[in-house]
Design a binder for this molecule. Structure first.
Ligand SMILES: *Cc1c(COP(=O)(O)O)cnc(C)c1O
Length: 349
C-alpha cells in the first residue's frame, strides 16, 4: 500500500524522504447500473468515482499530499489556505502528518460542521471571517506573499498535479478513457486537473481517446456559466459556493479542448441527484458532490448522450461531512411509544 505519489512517482517528482502521505487515492470506481437505468439506460456503463473515500473524505487529499510534500521539501514550516471546508480538513490533516503548522481561513457560517470539526481536531489554527470564500482567498494570498506560510489553495500548481491522478486511476481501471466525465465545479481546479491527467495519459499512448469534460456549477454560484464574477454566491452546495474561481481560464481551456461544456444546475436538481445516489446505489456523498450527477440527469433529459457512451461522475466528498443536510431532505423521523402495536402502525408492514 502507498499513496498517489509513490504509485505515480514519474508524474509527481519529489525525493522519497519528503513524501507526506495518508495513503490517499486508489478510490473505488463503482459501476452503478441502477442509477444508469434510472437516468440514461442507453449508456454502456455509468461509474461513480468515490472520492469521499480518501483519508479526510474528499479529493482534496490528492492535491494536499503533493502540495505539503513539496512545501516540506522546500523547508516550509507552515501552510495556509482559504477554504469552503474540505481544503481546510485536508490541509490540517496533512500538516499534522508532516509536523508543521496549518492556518485556515473560512467563511463564517458557510462551512459544513463535519469539515470544521476536522480542521479543529487536527490542530489547525482556524479563523472564521465575516465574508465569503473569495474574501478569505484574497487575504491568504497576501499572507503567503509575505512568506510566512506556503499557500496550499489550488492556485498552488502542486495541488492540481496531485489531483490529476484521479484521471490516471480511472483509465488504469477501465483500460481506456470514458467518453464523458461529469464533475462539480467550484474553484475549477479539479476539472482542470482531471483534464491534465487525461491529456498526459493520451500523449503517452496509455489511452487512445479523451473524454468530454462536463463541469457543473450551482445555479446561484455560476460565474463561469454566467460569464461574470458573482459577488454574493448562494447555494446549498457550499463546497462549490465560489464567485470568482481561481482556475477560471484553465477550466475554459479544459472545456474547449475536450469539446465538453460547463453548465449550471439548481439546488433542487443537486438535492434530487444527492438523494438518488443514496437511495438507488447506497452511497452517501455530500450535496456539492452530486452536481455532476445532476448535470448527467439534465443532459440525459435533453437527449445529449449516445448509445454506448461510458460516463464517469466524480463524487467529490463524503456525505458524513454534512449530516444536517441529509436529515433535512429525508422523511421526518417519527417517535412513538415503545409498543409493538405503535411501531407496526407506523411501519405499515
Ligand atoms: C473543493 C470541492 C469541490 C470543487 O472543486 P474545485 O476544484 O474547487 O472546482 C467540489 N466538491 C467538493 C466536495 C469539494 O470539496
Amino acid at each position: 500500500m502507498s499513496g498517489i505519489i509513490q504509485k505515480y512517482h514519474q508524474y509527481l517528482p519529489i525525493d522519497e524522504q519528503h513524501i507526506v502521505t495518508l495513503h490517499e487515492g486508489n478510490t473505488p470506481l463503482l459501476p452503478v447500473p441502477r442509477l444508469r437505468d434510472a437516468i440514461c439506460p442507453k449508456l454502456a456503463q455509468l461509474y461513480l468515482k468515490l472520492e469521499g473515500l480518501n483519508p479526510t473524505g474528499s479529493f482534496k487529499d490528492r492535491g494536499m499530499t503533493y502540495a505539503v510534500s513539496k512545501a516540506v521539501a522546500q523547508g516550509s514550516k507552515a501552510i495556509i489556505c482559504a477554504s469552503t471546508g474540505n481544503t481546510s480538513a485536508a490541509a490540517a490533516a496533512y500538516a499534522a502528518r508532516a509536523g508543521i503548522k496549518a492556518y485556515v481561513l473560512i467563511p463564517k457560517g458557510k462551512i459544513a460542521l463535519g469539515k470544521l470539526s476536522q480542521a479543529m481536531i487536527h490542530g489547525a489554527k482556524v479563523i472564521a471571517i465575516n465574508g465569503n470564500f473569495d474574501d478569505a482567498l484574497k487575504i491568504v494570498l497576501q499572507i503567503a506573499a509575505q512568506g510566512g506560510a506556503t499557500l496550499v489553495n489550488s492556485v498552488n500548481p502542486d495541488r492540481l498535479e496531485g489531483q490529476k491522478t484521479a484521471a490516471f486511476e480511472i483509465c488504469d481501471v477501465l483500460g481506456s478513457a470514458p467518453t464523458h466525465h461529469m464533475i462539480p465545479v467550484g474553484n475549477a481546479g479539479n476539472i482542470t486537473a482531471y483534464w491534465k491527467g487525461y491529456c498526459e495519459y493520451f500523449r503517452e499512448g496509455k489511452i487512445t481517446s479523451r473524454p468530454r469534460m462536463m463541469g457543473f456549477q450551482a445555479a446561484g454560484s455560476a460565474p463561469i456559466v454566467d460569464g461574470k464574477i458573482i459577488k454574493h454566491p448562494k447555494t446549498i452546495a457550499t463546497a462549490i459556493m465560489i464567485g470568482n474561481p481561481a482556475s477560471w481560464k484553465a477550466s475554459l481551456a479544459a472545456r474547449d479542448e475536450s469539446e465538453g461544456l460547463i453548465d449550471k444546475v439548481t439546488d433542487r436538481e443537486i438535492l434530487k441527484a444527492y438523494k438518488m445516489i443514496a437511495c438507488l446505489e447506497g452511497y452517501f456523498c455530500e450535496p456539492s458532490s452530486a452536481a455532476g450527477v445532476a448535470g448527467l440527469i439534465k443532459y440525459a433529459e435533453r437527449g445529449y448522450f449516445s448509445k454506448g457512451d461510458v460516463v464517469v461522475c466524480t463524487l467529490t466528498g463524503h456525505g458524513l461531512k454534512d449530516p444536517d443536510r441529509a436529515i433535512e431532505v429525508s422523511a421526518k423521523l417519527q417517535t412513538v411509544r415503545p409498543t409493538l402495536k405503535e411501531v407496526l402502525k407506523v411501519l405499515k408492514i
